[in-house]
Design a protein around this ligand. Sequence first.
Ligand code: PLP
Length: 462
Amino acid sequence: MSLDFLNPSAPLRDWDNVHVWHPFTPMSAYVRESAPIITGGDGFDLIDSTGRRYLDGISSLWCNVHGHRVPEIDEAVIRQVRDISHSTLLGLSGEPSIRLAKGLVDRAPAGLTRVFYSDSGATTVEVALKMAYQYHRQKPGGPEERDTFLCVGNAYHGDTLGTVSVGGIDLFHRCYRHLLFETVTTPSPVALRIPEGHTHQSWIQHCFDEVSRLVQQHHTRLAGVVMEPIVQGAAGILVHPVGYLKHVRDLCTHYDVPLIADEVAVGFGRTGRLFACEHEEVAPDFLCLAKGITGGYLPLGATLTTDRIFEAFLGEPWEGRTFYHGHTYTGNALGCAAGLASLELFETKNVLANVATCSELISRKLAALNVHPHVAEIRQKGLMVGIELVRDRETLAPFASTIRLGHQVILAARERGVIIRPLGDVIVLMPAPGMPPHHVEHLCDVTIECIDLVTRKVAAGL
Ligand SMILES: *Cc1c(COP(=O)(O)O)cnc(C)c1O
């Protein structure tokens, strides 16, 4: 036994390669790549152990909001550390968790008055699924044994088994299928690759009709409808047509099925509104929030729901109607303190106005790729951008997966001091809502340059 791990001149790259198993990362390729070891942050830059700077083009995986080392959030967390870093919410309370609940309820769509904390995006969805399931067994006029959920094709709601059950990304989920519960799946209403016999318009219409048909057919069995409102992130930044969310809300209202809106990715300004549901004036029965909730500082999640759902869990303690669910770090004080500071910054820094400016800038800059021979589609809502690369723009035939084209593009960007991360051959840009326009412009320029360079090289067979 030694204190070797504290050695200031430790061979961190070697230790990383032999000890750290990275998420969503093919490790045999990773250990050959000498990935930067991030040791600092400064505004919208990441700084590695050699002192090199990189623009953080994906908000540190979709969670950073106002940048790194933001004085107001740093201060709020430090103040909280001096009071207390963590105590439990099981039967006790804490000041930051109360204040943040109030701040979230005041800003969320109408009727979402109850806040259940957890510590990640997946847990917020797990909580909503279990609450919805239990609700039908305890609601007035019940019990009803509703036993399944309706979800959208290619959905992503996290990596725990409950959230994988309502997810639909084959590459991530197929291996676990025997461990999952059954769901009803409606096709994702997007139309890059249209099934035989459909036009663009008839396919989208079919998707609207299909969700109507499925909710009507299964509503007595549906404990809830789960969806990522407006944008399906992990599926490749798929942007839903206007009116789809409202359509699903209307169906849920008509057939009395709770709507679970997973705003883990789209929440906190990323689509141009504080919450994506606001685009269609939709109030869901459950609102799942994580990623950006602490400004990207600390792991925290919150599931908001209505009095109607909440009240079905009331009763004398011995009746057993309680929601028996919780995580040790639920509503952590440091996370909530960061969350409060972040909410305040949305107002004092007028973050949503910056999002509007930068979204418009991105559309303008990326228009240069509209005619690129290897760009199939540029999808964008606010600051969420997916650029899908293909071998053949006409047939939409992909590049061979062995090329790892998307990965090559992000390695080229890294050499140019920009950190981005693809989803397969979809290049994702996800600048922080607070990122100033000149950085966003640079992010677009480098992305365009790298896409062009790498696709040329691959097409030339180099
Ligand atoms: C990232 C994400 C999750 C999972 O959040 P974690 O904090 O990684 O568990 C859930 N839903 C959506 C839409 C996401 O993008």
